[in-house]
Design a protein around this ligand. Structure first.
Ligand code: NAD
Length: 356
């Protein structure tokens, strides 16, 4: 029995609805296993712009830093579309990642056998389901490198620099190797080492680190080939580790293979145990307030939080098993129902809690 402090950022759009279900699951875990979760709801995103004049109030950051983990719904929406770029609700995410030092993004792309119909690939490719973990570097590379405009020979030129230090590569590679150790022992580093100097440094460092992980088989793949292989034979992958931009693109590709964006959780981890856990989807303003949102991505994010930040592996397994059980019983929200009968957000949450 343990006690934890959890910062909760419901956010905008469907954020508060799906978070309610995530918290219901946490309450069920607390009742069943005797742990105490002290939760504090915090503003960030569009709601924070409305109530406090900024998308990420300092008080929210400070509360997150004092917590064991952060749960986030989703932020943004059309109401704030005309807010200047550097104050938009989505900036809260970048602010949180940098303030909490969240350099590793873990996105499992898991397709439940029960949802094979929702997969856009041929049945025989994913007949046994799919289970990949993408480990994406989150705070370096081209999204954070030097950028600018200059006058060149043929007019204005724009540039964005991809730069990685040895330290940045080592720490994300360590997350990748350790994740592979806990799964099926295969780590694939996706890069573009035939062209990019930065990729060649990734290869050098991962190759140097590999002997420390004798139980992990390390391989390398060029990103263009990886994009192809993901739809040709996704199950050849166990854990993929890659840079910020390749991870951004490949994790979206992998997510669509699983059928619905409403199913996929994510974790953003720091060098310590603090992590932020959120569904990969956005605030879905088109369905907000209608009891239509699928809460499973959020509920599975709670499972990731228990596993990666709180060390409650058995409890995380219990949540994942409950989700599988409910799906196998044929319960669907509208996004995964393929036109058949469906239940609402609250009922899906209730049934999963019941199955824990
Ligand atoms: P979105 O992910 O919100 O929605 C895309 C589509 O998927 C919509 O049709 C939506 O109804 C559906 N969808 C999303 N989540 C669902 C769920 N749980 N259950 C059922 N259907 C679901 O992406 P978008 O429409 O491009 O963005 C909407 C807003 O969210 C924008 O303001 C965007 O900037 C923001 N956004 C926030 C995050 C985040 O908070 N991490 C991520 C992406 C987008």
């Amino acid at each position: 029995m343990a006690e934890f402090k959890i910062a909760v950022i419901p956010g905008d759009g469907i954020g508060p609805e799906i978070m309610e279900q995530g918290l219901a699951v946490l309450k069920k875990v607390s009742e069943k296993y005797g742990h105490t979760f002290h939760t504090t709801k915090l503003p960030a995103g569009g709601n924070a712009i409305d109530s406090m004049g900024e998308c990420l109030p300092q008080s929210t950051v400070e509360e997150c830093l004092k917590s064991d983990a952060v749960m986030l719904g989703a932020v943004g929406g059309p109401k704030w579309d005309n807010v200047p770029g550097n104050q938009r609700p989505e900036r809260a995410l970048l602010g949180l990642r940098s303030a909490l030092g969240l350099f590793a993004n873990l996105r499992p792309a898991i397709m439940h056998k029960a949802l094979a119909e929702a997969c856009p690939l041929k049945k025989e490719i994913v007949s046994g389901g799919m289970d990949i973990l993408i480990v994406r570097e989150l705070t370096g590379g081209i999204y954070f490198g030097e950028r600018g405009m200059r006058q060149g020979r043929y007019g204005t030129e724009a540039y964005d620099v991809e730069a990685y230090s040895e330290m940045e590569i080592r720490r994300i590679a360590k997350v990748g190797f350790e994740a592979a150790q806990k799964r099926h022992g295969r780590l694939c580093c996706v890069d573009k080492a035939n062209v990019l100097e930065s990729s060649r440094l990734w290869r050098k460092i991962l190759t140097e680190m590999a002997p420390d992980y004798p139980d992990v088989t390390l391989s390398f793949l060029y990103v263009d080939n990886a994009a192809m292989q993901l739809i040709h034979d996704p199950n050849q992958f166990d854990v993929i580790v890659t840079n910020n931009i390749f991870g951004d693109i490949l994790s979206d590709e992998a997510s669509i293979i699983t059928g619905s964006i409403g199913m996929l959780p994510s974790a953003s981890l720091s060098a310590g145990t603090l992590g932020m856990y959120e569904p990969i989807h956005g605030s879905a303003p088109d369905i907000a307030g209608k009891d239509l949102a699928n809460p499973i991505a959020t509920i599975l994010s709670v499972a990731m939080m228990l596993r990666y930040s709180l060390g409650l592996t058995g409890e995380a397994d219990a949540i994942e098993a409950a989700v599988t059980k409910v799906l196998e019983a044929g319960v669907r929200t509208v996004d995964i129902a393929a036109g058949a009968k469906s239940v609402g957000t609250c009922e899906m949450g209730r049934l999963i809690c019941e199955a824990i």
